[in-house]
Design a protein around this ligand. Structure first.
Ligand SMILES: NC(=O)c1ccc[n+]([C@@H]2O[C@H](COP(=O)([O-])OP(=O)(O)OC[C@H]3O[C@@H](n4cnc5c(N)ncnc54)[C@H](OP(=O)(O)O)[C@@H]3O)[C@@H](O)[C@H]2O)c1
Length: 390
């Protein structure tokens, strides 16, 4: 069997490492063509030695020499910098796993699409920032975009039809995060340590904070809007604290198809890597008798305003989702550096959106330049506003 070759964008992160785990479990099926990381040079080097890619890239030019020295004599090509991450996405491969965090993943992922490489899409922020352009480019290049986010993978797996008129609703499930049962008063005292402690999933820091504010679910709503064009009004969210049902599709005849599994990203990753086939993934099997109870509840938009903001930016359209995403990236980074408190994260996003709307920055998106302009504007405004909140 010909091995499937992979470019892993964000190989040192949580999704990148889980992708390599799937490769490790089935070495006869996969080869790694390129690894792209940023700060974690030791991980890049260890993975390069194990998986022998043709190219290894750090996005940080200041780490080039360290990477080069540590791989000296290996015969593996080494490069650094933003352009190198984009060039890495253009080398011939069967699939690019888009697992960089944030809008930094957009340019390399678009480059892989332009090159005609199938995309395994974990990096939701690139769809939030530039969803219309991204999907149009994939369509134009006839490139499959296979969702890796567990909810979108679930929906993808439950889609029996591409006639969206046969679908009543698509429902994303949400664990509710660690603060699902916190009162507003308790939420005022949330610490970084508490926010980084997700009840069900082990993930990178940014998405863990996003999951706790439910901004992650907001970003996923926008992601779903682009991947599954049923319209915003037919996209729903329900809180399901056990994270066993990863999402479901309700059809007009009353059938509801749901996808289940233990909360382990290696399942949706393995699914994307060999779709439409299936392979054995190195995950625990689901034992419903031991799970025993699955519960569901409506999300609370009062304590978790991120859900309202996500719907609002989709209704506004234009650059509003780009601004929401960029402001959120800054707000989460400020919280992770302990410069703002927990409740300020979503407030900062809302304030940036208001400022953008007052400044006429939520206009239509004609091209990527418009996306980057809105992204820059939002980052700058959010930074300024964060200063005021310190
Ligand atoms: N983790 C999950 O379970 C999960 C589930 C669904 C969707 N996702 C999505 O998948 C993406 C990755 O999440 P994650 O949890 O894997 O994040 P993570 O653990 O923080 O990893 C992020 C990766 O991106 C790299 N990176 C950061 N900035 C970069 C830049 N400017 N250029 C190139 N690479 C850069 C990091 O490199 P260094 O570490 O070397 O600095 C790392 O490899 C996010 O969009 C997230 O929303 C994650």
């Amino acid at each position: 069997m010909k091995k499937k070759s992979l470019i892993i964008l964000g190989s040192t992160g949580s999704i990148g490492q889980s992708t390599l785990d799937v490769v490790r479990a089935q070495p006869e099926r996969f080869s790694v063509s390129a690894l792209v990381g940023n700060q974690n040079i030791d991980q890049l080097v260890a993975d390069a030695k194990e998986f022998q890619p043709q190219l290894v890239v750090t996005a940080d030019p200041e780490r080039y020499l360290e990477l080069k020295d540590k791989l000296a004599g290996s015969g593996i090509e080494v490069a650094a910098g933003e352009q190198a991450t984009i060039d890495a996405a253009a080398i011939p491969a069967d699939m690019a796993m888009a697992a960089i965090v944030g809008a930094s993943g957009l340019k390399p992922t678009l480059k892989a699409i332009e090159t005609g490489t199938a995309i395994g899409l974990a990096n939701k922020e690139c769809l939030v920032s530039a969803g219309d352009i991204f999907m149009a480019q994939a369509k134009h290049n006839n490139v499959p975009v296979i969702p890796v986010d567990s909810e979108h993978s679930a929906i993808f797996q439950c889609l029996e039809t591409h006639n969206f008129d046969e679908i009543d609703e698509i429902t994303l499930t949400a664990s509710g995060g660690p603060f699902r049962q916190f009162s507003k008063q308790q939420m005022a005292d949330i610490t970084l340590e508490q926010a980084l402690n997700h009840p069900n999933w082990s993930m990178g820091a940014k998405i863990t904070i996003d999951s706790s504010t439910l901004m992650n679910k907001g970003l996923e709503l926008i992601e779903a809007y682009h991947l599954f064009p049923v319209g915003l009004e037919r996209l729903k969210i329900v809180v399901h604290p056990q994270s066993i049902i990863h999402s479901f599709v309700s059809y007009v005849d009353g059938s509801v198809l749901a996808q289940m599994g233990v909360p382990d990203m290696r399942t949706p990753i393995a699914h994307a890597m060999v779709y439409p086939d299936r392979i054995k993934a190195p995950v625990e099997r689901l034992d419903l008798a031991s799970v025993a109870t699955l519960t569901f509840e409506a999300p609370d938009p009062d304590r978790f305003p991120a859900l309202r903001l996500a719907r609002q930016v989709l209704e506004t359209g234009g650059n509003a989702p780009t601004i929401l995403n960029a402001a959120n990236e800054i707000a989460v980074a400020e919280f992770l550096s302990q410069r703002i408190d927990y409740m300020a994260v979503t407030i900062l996003v809302e304030q940036t959106l208001s400022r953008a709307s007052q400044s006429g920055m939520t206009g239509p998106v004609a091209n990527l330049d418009d996306v980057w302009e809105a992204d820059r504007f939002a980052r700058q405004v959010a930074q300024e506003l964060a200063q005021g909140l310190v």
